[in-house]
Design a binder for this molecule. Sequence first.
Ligand code: GDP
Length: 439
Amino acid sequence: MATDLSKIRNIGIIAHIDAGKTTVTERMLFASGAKHRAGEVDRGTTTTDDDAEEAERGITIYSACVAFPWKVASNPGMPLKQVDVNLIDTPGHVDFTAEVERSLRVLDGAVIVFSAREGVEAQSETVWRQADKYHVPRIAFINKLDREGANFDTLIEEIRDRLGANPVALQIPIGLGPAHVANPFRGVIDLIRMKALTFPEGKEGRKIVEEAIPAEFADDAALWRDELLEKLYNYSNELMELALGGEPIPEPLIHKVIREATVHQQIQPILCGSALHGIGVQPLLDGVAAYLPSPLEMPPVEGVDPTHKAHGKSKKAKEGETELPKIKRKPDPKEPFCGLVFKILPYKTGDLSWVRIYSGTLEGNSRVLNPGKDLKENVAQLWRIHASKKDEQLTSATAGDIVGVIGLRESVTGDTLCDTREPILLESIEFPQTVISMA
Ligand code: GDP
């Protein structure tokens, strides 16, 4: 069955160390239906095949890319009801800058996790700038609101002032800090629906209870909602006219405006919670589905013709030509295939080379060109690693997808792969600003 590209979300989670990236990742996988929380599985005395399989799955979050379907959970008004998330591992340590940058090249959107206690740190600035460099649309998740000394308002100011960002809060916390303080953190207020969302203990973050906003938070919530709408006026006259005329603003319109402004990197929506307690992770995944782009919305990738004269082969190049002519490839299954190897990891049956497919269709049991090395490679098998079911062998995969390839021998991380008859070298990919136009 053909993949519906509009439903794919290729995302990464990036953060400064200790902000909660691992915890957010585990909670996302768990919320998506993975049987065990990933960090808890790989511990011990598993005996049956099923258990062994599960134990193995415990390390899937350390895989280059893990796939899971996500059904919108907290906000029935969101336009898309289900998406297929490819969660791409980004290195946990910003010292591996080149590796972070490589992973930023293959994802379409990111969740940046901040700790409400530590605020914006030097490392947060580094990852933010890297995401800027690759024009990655992003959602910020303010984590650890249950920690002593957690602050929400200050962090938003810091995101604006230190990162030069345009944060737009879509939620505010209900209370702050741990259970023993007077008004502890216990849920979030959804400023679009003007509802309080709480996450009962013991449900492992699977259940969301929707309530009226507690009276003592009503004024605050109204102020934050006004601020949200005022920010959005900048991106939609329709929304501004409705708001100024005192008309009700349809939720789908709010989602649409947030989505377009986020995809264009004009705003960064802010969501919040406590990943440790499973609070806020489902709305965060809903935000990924609603506001981060699909591969279809990405601009074409650019490369050069490696057979051109400047590479010493083509006879067609004109005298005096200094720059290699650019070739563009759209995220379309019908274009010639091209992709980028971004990680190689050991797997049961050999090395698994992780490939982001930018255009065309990659078939299992086929041959592709590695234009940088000028050699042909075997693509024996294609694999998808799922969070909550067995690894799946695919017969083919199309533009926008990310797959593990078995069979490559010479290709290394950073290499382009392409159709043997339609060479393109993607070496210098820098994502230009997204080019979709505002409706
Ligand atoms: P990473 O370095 O960004 O991957 O951060 P981790 O996910 O490993 O989290 C660092 C520490 O913070 C761990 O001890 C977590 O249990 C803890 N932690 C993560 N999220 C939260 C949270 O929401 N609240 C609290 N109180 N602790 C958290």
